[in-house]
Design a protein around this ligand. Sequence first.
Ligand SMILES: C[S@@+](CC[C@H](N)C(=O)[O-])C[C@H]1O[C@@H](n2cnc3c(N)ncnc32)[C@H](O)[C@@H]1O
Length: 262
Amino acid sequence: MAKPVGSITRGTTGYNRLRRCDRWVVAVHGQALRAAERPLVVDLGYGASHTTTLELFTRLRGVAPGVEVVGIEIDPARVAAAKPYEREGLSFRLGGFELPISRPPTLVRAFNVLRQYAEPEAWRHWETLCGKLAPGGVLVEGTSSENGRRAVWAGLSPEGPGTITFSARFDAFSRPSDLADRLPKTLIHRNVPGERIHAFLSDFDRAWAVSAPYGAYGVRQRWLASVRELSRSWPVPTRPPLGGPARWRLGELTLPWSAVAP
Ligand SMILES: C[S@@+](CC[C@H](N)C(=O)[O-])C[C@H]1O[C@@H](n2cnc3c(N)ncnc32)[C@H](O)[C@@H]1O
């Protein structure tokens, strides 16, 4: 077997760390997974334990019973540690960005993986992974805090980046721009005046500030009011599956990538 493409990095992970993203994947891509003939999902860089891959598998099986999930790790010791947890429809194997699988995946998730690489490499790996997707497939690439209460992820199609999603538990931030430290590698160094991502996060903070009176009804109401305010000047999708109150009330906001692209 050729050497896997990429490098071993810290394996930090944890129970339910990626639940916010799993929930979004189920809501936004569940139907496509259900409709696909033999839906294959890759969890790339699952870390020191099989946990988040098993959680993804369980959640996806709830909406797409035919889904097959493969966890891919570049560290052989982490593959060996996960193997005992294999079951029908869930397997673990050694590999990297080359994705050692036999058919194109409908969905690839790579969470807390690309942050360890330099920005030009991150763009390149996005392109490589997008080039491996099945038609209509999606790459979900993101970063979260250690406990998963703050996360930002991008949704990419074979054509490139399509969406960016901000997600936070209501007690895990004091203003929306606290999420800046979870931006994808391709954006994190762009959060400076003159860049769209900086303008967006500044406007989100402003919307949060003017929505302070809604805080009397709880942080969720304040978030909902901020998103409504933001959607006056930013192209916030307002209908399911990407937008609308049912998504926003979870402490989530999805935007077209083009709105913040560098
Ligand atoms: C910080 S852990 C993240 C674990 C899990 N995805 C999570 O978010 O909790 C990153 C893992 O990605 C693995 N990794 C890094 N580059 C990789 C690559 N190119 N292919 C496969 N795994 C990779 C590292 O070895 C490490 O175990």
